[in-house]
Ligand binder design. Sequence first.
Ligand code: PLP
Length: 441
Amino acid sequence: MAHDNERINDDLAAYWMPFTPNKGFKANPKLLVGADGLYYTTSDGRQVFDGSSGLWCCALGHNQPKIVEAIREQAGKLDYATPFGYGHPAAFELANTLAARMPGDLNHIFYTNSGSESVETALKIALAYHRLRGEGERVRLIGRVGGYHGVGFGGISVGGMVNNRKFFGAMLPGVDHMPLPYDEAMKFSHGQPEGGVQYADALEEILTLHDPSTVAAVIVEPAAGSAGVYAPPKGYLERLREITKKHGILLIFDEVITGFGRLGYATAAERFGIEPDLITTAKALNNGAVPMGAVAVHKNVYDGFMDNGGEGVEFFHGYTYSAHPLAVAAAQAAQALYDELDVYANVRALEGYFGDAMHALGQVDTIVDVRNIGFMPALTFAQIDDKPMGRSSQIFQKAYENGLKVRLSGDHIAVAPPLVSTKEDIDILAARLRKTIADVG
Ligand SMILES: Cc1ncc(COP(=O)(O)O)c(C=O)c1O
């Protein structure tokens, strides 16, 4: 009997694809060969609407001339600069730009190359901060069920997506999880659901169990993305901030998806009027043009390192490609475009229109929930014969055939078009999704 792999086209065999059913993909590949504006070009010559902004990252659409030019120019000027013990001017300029976009006193920037690295960095900052200040007993980290914080061991430990954890051993010790703040009563909510503050109160119970003085940080996505898009209930984040502050625990907002416009503001923290201690970012930071992430750090935390870190290296952490010149150039260009094109205002203006269009799709039996906030609505599909992802994976495939790229996550389909999309673009997206839902049935 032929082994599965032998049936796979030789040209595709060598690449072990991430978070992808490799055998299925290689039997029926979806190859993207070009991109411009809101559309991908496929290897069979079709134009596919990018209803996932790449992977939540291409917020300004693809092939943005100013970003392309910035990368090109930088590559010819300074291709790489050592980040340990050296710097390059653009990295400092970008840090100033980013700090100015962060809420309150989060005015220091640590560069990484991905969301996962931003999360690992933030968790390590939290642990080291407490230790440097003489509170080394603060070793616990609290995440949340359904949380996605990338794929490093810290991230999967505080994360709460079962498949991302169960194959990989015992995780970090000293981690606990709050519940996902969502229940039946919140189904089909527009924006932030009512009545979920008790989910934040669950943190108090967890803290009592462990003794709050042993906890270093709480990390949450202010609006959950990869688990299927869950907006925070009204008052929930406020309560988390209150509790963490009361106990001297750092609050980390993982804004790898929500950072830079997805919710109509530079950060979700700004939208919800909350000042966390750390914000992790990546993705839309530089429009996904070159891998990059960044952690924004509160002044008090940074000062904690500077005041207590001695004369040498204050934080033993960093990456070969931190502040990579090409990534920095792309980020500076992207940040300028967010202002120039008033991108966040576009999201705020169209959020209601977009949400209504998605809720209108939800009026069929096969859809069991629709949630929306900013430019990141999601639809939950009924399973077929109790098989997880039975229907949603068909929607994912059929949408692609119908010229629409969406994000599949369990039984959920998340829709996250570039933030420069117009009403007409949203109409196109909604029409393709409607046809797909009807086709799949
Ligand atoms: C909230 C959040 N954190 C972290 C990550 C990990 O980012 P990356 O895939 O760049 O490592 C993601 C990726 O989707 C994310 O959504």
